[in-house]
Design a protein around this ligand. Structure first.
Ligand code: G3P
Ligand code: MG
Length: 244
């Protein structure tokens, strides 16, 4: 991850995979992202009742599968039967929900992951520990950036792992601006596209933290981010970044 950011001027991060073209957070969406030129894939991780790591955005199955119920209250064997594709069209019928281990087993060597740890306040500590174990088991630590809106969870990750790349996601601004970044030795600050501006981006970058802007949906977003000096862009639609 550090090498990618050091050597690349435009980092395309596929939000939930190529989610404009495929059912989000599924293997076809991740494969599609690579075909469309992403170097990094963003995906969301939750913990099931029986402590499997499942890739899904929401805390429930309702929006993106043909099942219902809370992820944290269901065992994996129930979720394994869910169809996470047909809500996006017949051609995606029977696309399964992936687990983190399925993604790590599939992941091509040159592709990076941005794992966003969701879970709930009650599952956060176990979600952190299980995620690190899986990355260790698949020898993927160097290719993964772990991020979260839950900054306490980031602190747990840092206690458990002294040098894995961590990023804080937030709306608006963090205050004091770099206190969290210094305290947790963060790699990156993940700012909502609406709060990107030149002075802030330049300040953060001058202190050697990376800025990641999420989630860009228009050419105007791309333009504002580029003019501010952002070089890592989270997008649903990768074609937004192919226009210069
Ligand atoms: O990592 C940025 C973005 O994924 C955060 O929002 O809700 O799409 O996971 P969300
Ligand atoms: Mg996310």
């Amino acid at each position: 991850v550090r090498e990618l950011f050091h050597n690349t001027s435009q980092i395309k991060i596929a939000h939930r995979g190529a989610s404009a073209n495929y059912p989000e957070n599924t293997l076809p969406s991740f494969q599609g992202a690579i075909e469309l030129g992403a170097q990094m894939i963003e995906l969301d991780v939750h913990l099931t009742l029986d402590e499997e790591l499942v890739i899904i955005h929401d805390a429930t199955l309702d929006r993106t599968t043909d099942h219902t119920g809370e992820v944290a209250m269901l065992p994996w064997h129930t979720m394994a039967k869910a169809d996470a594709g047909s809500w996006r069209g017949e051609s995606f019928r029977h696309t399964p929900l992936p687990r983190l281990q399925d993604v790590l087993a599939w992941l091509p060597n040159d592709i990076m992951l941005n794992l966003e740890l969701k879970g709930t306040p009650h599952t956060a500590a176990r979600l952190a520990a299980h995620t690190l174990n899986a990355l260790n088991q698949f020898h993927c630590e160097e290719r993964v950036l772990l991020s979260s809106f839950n900054h306490e969870l980031l602190a747990t990750l840092r206690k458990l792992h002294s040098n894995i790349a961590l990023g804080a996601i937030f709306y608006g601004r963090l205050w004091p601006p770099l206190a969290l970044a210094k305290e947790l030795d963060l790699f990156s600050l993940h700012a909502h596209v609406a709060s990107i501006d030149d002075a802030w981006v330049q300040f953060v970058r001058s202190q050697n933290y990376e800025v990641i802007a999420w989630t860009l949906t228009t050419q105007k977003h791309v333009q504002v981010c580029k003019e501010s000096g952002v070089k890592a862009f989270v997008v649903d639609d990768l074609s937004l970044l192919s226009v210069s």
